[in-house]
Design a protein around this ligand. Structure first.
Ligand SMILES: C=C(O[C@@H]1C=C(C(=O)O)C=C[C@H]1O)C(=O)O
Length: 103
């Protein structure tokens, strides 16, 4: 393939297989994230219509606590899981404020 890196050309079969698996997982992650944002956009439209705050701190904190526990059970670093979901929620809140402003 013309755009393969040097590492890919020289890689043993196992590395190829693992990287293909990673690529599939990354694609699935992006698809799930896009689906999540489709749902949160609908939430944002509802909140704007009912003049509700973009941010719900209590819900966010409950979610972080729940996901930290889920991360631990899954063998994932809980600080990483928290950092990730907080970044996602910050973007959701930014989008909700934008939806509320634009009407
Ligand atoms: C999606 C919502 O809006 C915000 C974003 C959240 C999220 O992305 O999970 C959670 C709480 C809110 O701060 C909501 O209120 O449910």
């Amino acid at each position: 393939m013309p755009n393969e890196s040097a590492t890919e050309q020289a890689a043993p079969e196992d590395l190829w297989r693992l990287r293909r698996s990673l690529d599939n997982i990354d694609t699935a992650l992006v698809a799930m994230l896009a689906e999540r944002f489709r749902v949160t956009r609908a939430v944002g439209q509802l909140k704007a219509r009912h003049r509700l705050d973009a941010v719900d701190v209590a819900r966010e904190e409950a979610k972080v606590a729940r996901l930290r526990e889920a991360a631990t059970r899954a063998g994932l670093d809980e600080d990483f899981a928290e950092e990730f979901i907080r970044r996602v929620m910050a973007e959701v809140v930014r989008q909700h404020r934008e939806i509320a402003q634009k009407g």
